[in-house]
Design a protein around this ligand. Structure first.
Ligand SMILES: [Zn+2]
Length: 371
């Protein structure tokens, strides 16, 4: 997921937010300041509600971040690499590069998030008690009650037993432990995610129809996201089952036509792009190391008269933004990475030895299906 705003690093893990978080924050602040707080603590000046609402929304965002960081830190404890943590529309995602090594790690990584939300709910609940004892202003108590409730809801919602929700991962870990087959467990968990997504959509529609208010739409949107995420995970699970331990080396295109960052766009177009039936090409530096990727669309944007004087490296995607994988890694593991990128570069001893596209993965899966 693209991070619109990078917040920095926590324990070495890049943390950022997607723009959709700002929309949610605005909706939360508005709802708190105009409805929740004035109802529970009436008779205050407007600015008190708005200031408290902003503070509560920021605290909510921080508890969301704590939830995701808990996943990420437990993952790292088990040696699973964490790419980044991103907060977005429906909460957050901790993007893990590797799979859990065993069922227990899978269980603890998945459980850490909801557990953190439960702890946050309890802490804010404790805050409510403290506020009551100390005789704090009612508007503050109302904000703390809201924070305790929303964290509790977050924990419960995330524990619904369908992947990619945390509860689905917990289910997967338990089935994996009992039956000893990770892929089968994963398939069951993603199917459950599909069903839960569908149920949420139906519940949302029922709410809209019965109340005549659009609030149920929200539930429907969440259900739709869950369903499409479950579908994507199911495709990955199927790849895993088919490709097994087949390494990237056996799936990749080992003879990709490539460009050089110092070459002119004109030269590249004549010698490489016009000869190959591809839309994206890897770049190789003089030593044979990966040096980025260029799409036909990038080249097409350069006016014809400027092509002889424009270096390919100027229009290409920078090497640090193109996914690179080792040739020895299992191909099934990189299927999600390939699905998110036009091209994945394959390296061995720092040298570019091939590329993998979605078509290569699909082709390998179809070959594997043959009896
Ligand atoms: Zn979670």
């Amino acid at each position: 997921m693209t991070q619109t705003l990078r917040l920095g690093r926590v324990a070495g893990i890049p943390v950022g937010v997607h723009w959709s978080v700002l929309v949610i924050m605005a909706l939360l602040v508005q709802g708190l300041a105009t409805a929740v707080l004035p109802t529970s603590a009436p008779g205050r000046p407007n600015w008190v509600y708005w200031a408290t609402a902003v503070g509560a929304a920021v605290l909510f965002l921080l508890s969301l971040l704590a939830h995701e960081l808990a996943h990420a830190l437990v993952a790292r404890y088990y040696g699973i690499r964490v790419q980044r943590v991103t907060l977005w529309l429906l909460g957050g995602v901790a993007e893990l590069t590797d799979e859990a090594p065993h069922a227990r790690a899978d269980l603890f990584v998945a459980g850490a998030g909801p557990l953190t939300s439960v702890v946050a709910a309890a802490a804010f609940g404790g805050g409510v008690v403290a506020a009551a004892v100390l005789g704090a202003p009612a508007v503050l108590t109302a904000a703390l009650v809201w924070l305790a409730l929303i964290n509790a809801i977050l924990a419960v919602f995330n524990l619904l037993p369908g992947a990619p929700l945390d509860g689905g991962r917990v289910l997967r870990a338990i089935l994996w432990r009992i039956r000893g087959d990770r892929e089968q467990a994963n398939l069951v968990a993603t199917r459950a995610g599909h069903v839960i997504g569908l149920l949420l959509i139906l519940a949302g529609m029922a709410e809209v129809l019965s109340t005549g208010q659009l609030r149920g739409l929200w539930l429907g949107i969440v259900g739709w996201f869950l369903m499409s995420a479950a579908t994507a995970e199911q495709a990955n699970a199927r790849y895993r089952a088919l490709l097994g331990k087949l390494p990237v080396r056996d799936v990749m295109n080992p003879y990709p036509l490539s460009g050089n960052p110092d070459q002119s766009v004109d030269d590249f177009t004549r010698t490489v792009a016009s000869r190959a039936h591809h839309r994206a090409f890897p770049l190789r530096d003089w030593y044979g190391r990966p040096a980025g990727m260029v799409r036909l669309a990038d080249v097409a944007r350069v006016p014809i008269e400027a092509r002889p004087s424009t270096r390919l490296g100027e229009v290409a995607t920078r090497p640090d933004l193109v996914p690179v994988v080792a040739a020895a890694r299992p191909a099934a593991e990189i299927a999600p990475v390939v699905a998110r990128s036009d091209l994945v570069l394959v390296v061995e001893d720092d040298l570019l030895v091939g590329v993998v596209s979605q078509a290569d993965i699909a082709r390998a899966a179809e070959l594997a299906r043959q009896p």
